[in-house]
Design a protein around this ligand. Structure first.
Ligand code: NAD
Length: 360
């Protein structure tokens, strides 16, 4: 499968035009286009512009609606509970996190629960938003509206979503620490990218419908299977540890407040995320910024100085890989495989947009 390089600006303009043409507002189009292209720039193609065909399928099915908007259910600082109304996810979650940051600046801490949003994308994005405001953040997210896809530790069938988890810590002297991952060993979207490219996934990531190890990504997509095969599962990262974190993410984000859960049969085909977050002002813990800076810098220098196993691969801290990738892709462009691009072209055409006109 071949791929083409796209300039980030071209993809941003294309996604912006598509979202606007489909009936969302200028601000929603802007936020979503920025978010998706930044995910590609960061190297997370699974959560980049390749999601647009899925969103537009949800729209065409009448499930995702441009006039759906999130609504505050409770704002009693430090608590903030928002009904996500299955509205377009990136603007929905950005609004929740911006409001939580305002509460944390005022109160020292905010506890936010966004219930039932449409897919909110790369969770590290929100940790970056909080870190840019000088705030520490922790986020747990569930994935509902579709069948379970991740097996509990030791199970041969799925019970979880890929339930991501993100933590952001601002570093006063430089770039923040952003730890952001799916609790499956591989994000489902990365298996989709492998499927679209016609490539196998590495061993140890997937089991088939019989619980046997496989490297064939078809086994985690219902549409990839023949009639007599059953859906397989992604495995949790870190065995029982990742599986435990996935279970906690489901309960915190959706289980406490009664949002859509993975154990409910989905009424429609869409991806619903609920988010539970804690945002903290670190100045309430250590008001002296110079001391905070010195402590964090000296610890990060200690970690970076660890001798690498491979001299060509220096030791990184969370968030660095994405920043390196952003610098590289801003130069060379964003690679999109032919299948992903043709899906985007078809989705754009349904709204009267010729995606090829946004290309280099
Ligand atoms: P991943 O396995 O690539 O892990 C990324 C994390 O590991 C980052 O914090 C990164 O900085 C760090 N990292 C990577 N290499 C490193 C190294 N060499 N040294 C130190 N740290 C390193 O991520 P993933 O599990 O594939 O998740 C991809 C994305 O998918 C995430 O942004 C996640 O939020 C998103 N996601 C979203 C949903 C949803 O429903 N919205 C579901 C699942 C995943």
């Amino acid at each position: 499968m071949t791929h083409r390089l796209h300039r980030p600006e071209d993809l941003r303009r294309l996604v912006h035009a598509m979202i606007l043409a489909a009936g969302w507002t200028e601000a929603e189009a802007q936020e979503t286009a920025e978010h998706l292209v930044l995910a590609n720039l960061s190297g997370h193609d699974s959560h980049g512009v390749g999601m647009i065909p899925l969103y537009f399928q949800s729209l065409a099915d009448g499930n995702l609606k441009p006039d759906a908007k999130g609504r505050i259910r409770t704002e009693a600082p430090p608590f903030l509970i928002i009904d996500g109304a299955v509205a377009l996810g990136q603007p929905n979650a950005r609004n929740a996190v911006d409001r939580a940051c305002a509460i944390a600046r005022d109160q020292g801490v905010a506890i936010v629960n966004l219930l039932d949003s449409h897919h909110i994308g790369r969770i590290g994005h929100y940790a970056e938003v909080a870190a840019a405001a000088g705030l520490v953040s922790f986020f747990w997210v569930n994935v509902a509206g579709r069948p379970p896809i991740v097996a509990p530790y030791g199970a041969r069938e799925a019970r979880f979503g890929t339930n991501p988890h993100a933590i952001g810590v601002p570093v006063p002297s430089g770039d923040p620490l952003i730890l952001d991952f799916a609790t499956s060993r591989m994000a489902h979207g990365k298996a989709r990218v492998a499927l679209n490219k016609g490539e196998p996934v590495p061993p140890g990531y997937i089991i088939d419908g019989q619980g046997r190890p496989t490297t064939d990504p078809r086994h985690v997509f219902a549409q990839g299977l023949t009639g007599d095969e059953t859906l397989g599962a992604l495995l949790p990262f870190g065995d029982h540890k990742g599986a435990g974190l996935s279970l906690i993410a489901e309960l915190l984000s959706a289980g406490l407040m009664g949002a859509a859960r993975i154990d409910e049969k989905p009424e429609k085909s869409w991806i619903i995320n609920s988010l539970f977050g804690v945002v903290i002002d670190p100045a309430r813990l250590e008001p002296d910024e110079r001391l905070r800076r010195r402590r964090i810098d000296s610890y990060l220098a200690f970690v970076h100085a660890a001798a690498p196993q491979d001299p060509a691969q220096p030791v990184l801290v969370p968030g660095e890989k994405e920043r390196q990738m952003r610098a590289a892709r801003a130069e060379i462009g964003i690679p999109l495989d032919d299948e992903t691009w043709s899906q985007i072209v078809a989705a754009a055409a349904r709204h009267g947009i010729d995606a090829e006109r946004y290309g280099s």
